[in-house]
Design a protein around this ligand. Structure first.
Ligand code: SD4
Length: 318
């Protein structure tokens, strides 16, 4: 029976959904499908917040975080602060399938990837170098403001900027600081549920900073017996609450995906009312929902056996 096959991911990253669905139809394998979907965003630099050439840290370097969580075996593979390797999701799959470990970090994750045959190359581009300059300019001109760490989720402009514009500081604050992780969940035709993430994390982070995305239970979590969840948003806050784990546990208790995701988001905003982020949740039978805070609404992309094409749903935030 193919009736429950599903690909769902955060944001309007519909190219990734399409790519993953094609892989699912071809391979019938949830892990390979998730890898294909997240890799699409890495190579297409979705919103410049996934993959190379985005979110430079304070030193100007782009590093990558990714996770694949297999709900069939409860095994996970992840990389954090991966340097100079473009294929974070694929390296995470290699951690999952070729090691006993769950998470490799930094230069040693790079060494592992090289040993596995991945190519080492710079992740910097003209765009990320330009962004680094604009962000440095911003910090030279404003007092530090902790509220700029997330949102409002609009694509980065590609053109260089006019520093003489009066509103430039405000624009950099509102536009240049966005970050939109891809979190994806796949159910294959055997009912295997896999969840994962890929991101280049937060802009202007202290080198070595790792967010929620590669942390099992925070960025994503899956259990064939229940379903899965994945998250996007301010990872420094989110990873203190394991929202993906919480959403899955709430579905285990019988809550719908929407209600479970809302519990996970609400738990965070009880302590951090300004928190900006979202959780997508799915039952093992393919029912899905989402919840969010800190923006008006949150889009997510879906393809399953009922929908004839990739469809973007939106949920109003709390
Ligand atoms: C992080 N959670 O590194 C990621 C970024 C993100 O929407 O998802 N932004 O904190």
């Amino acid at each position: 029976c193919y009736c429950n096959r599903l690909v769902i991911n955060t944001w309007g990253f519909t190219g990734a959904t399409e790519e993953a669905w094609n892989a699912l139809v071809k391979t019938s394998d949830a892990i390979d499908t998730l890898e294909a979907g997240c890799s699409y965003c890495e190579s297409h630099q979705c919103d410049f917040t996934v993959g190379y050439g985005g979110s430079p840290d304070e030193s100007g370097e782009t590093t990558l975080d990714a996770l694949i969580f297999d709900g069939k075996t409860m095994n996970a593979g992840a990389v954090a602060a991966l340097r100079r390797i473009k294929n974070a999701a694929s390296v995470a799959k290699h951690v999952l399938q070729h090691t006993k470990h769950t998470l490799l970090a930094g230069d040693q994750a790079t060494a592992f990837a090289v040993a596995m045959g991945f190519t080492e190359e710079s992740l910097s581009t003209d765009a990320s170098r330009g962004l680094k300059l604009r962000i440095s300019y911003y910090f030279q001109n404003v007092e530090p403001d902790p509220t700029i760490s997330c949102g409002p989720y609009t694509p980065l402009p590609q053109n260089s900027i006019d520093y003489t514009q009066d509103n430039e500081i405000e624009r950099i604050k509102n536009v240049e600081f966005n970050h939109d992780t891809i979190g994806m969940i796949v159910i294959d035709s055997d009912g295997n549920v896999t969840a994962g993430t890929s991101t280049n994390g937060l802009k202007h982070k202290i080198p070595g900073r790792v967010g929620d995305s590669p942390a099992p239970g925070a960025g994503a979590y899956a259990d064939n017996a229940v379903g899965a969840a994945c998250a996007t948003g301010d990872g420094d806050v989110m990873m203190r609450f394991l929202p993906s784990f919480l959403a899955v546990e709430k579905m285990r208790d019988g809550l719908s995906p929407s209600a479970a995701a809302e519990v996970a988001i609400t738990r965070i905003i009880e302590s951090y009312p300004q928190f900006s982020g979202a959780v997508v949740a799915v039952t093992a039978s393919g029912e899905f929902g989402a919840a969010c805070n800190g923006m008006d609404e949150f889009p997510y992309s879906v393809r399953n056996d009922e929908l004839n094409e990739v469809t973007v749903f939106t949920v109003k935030c709390i």
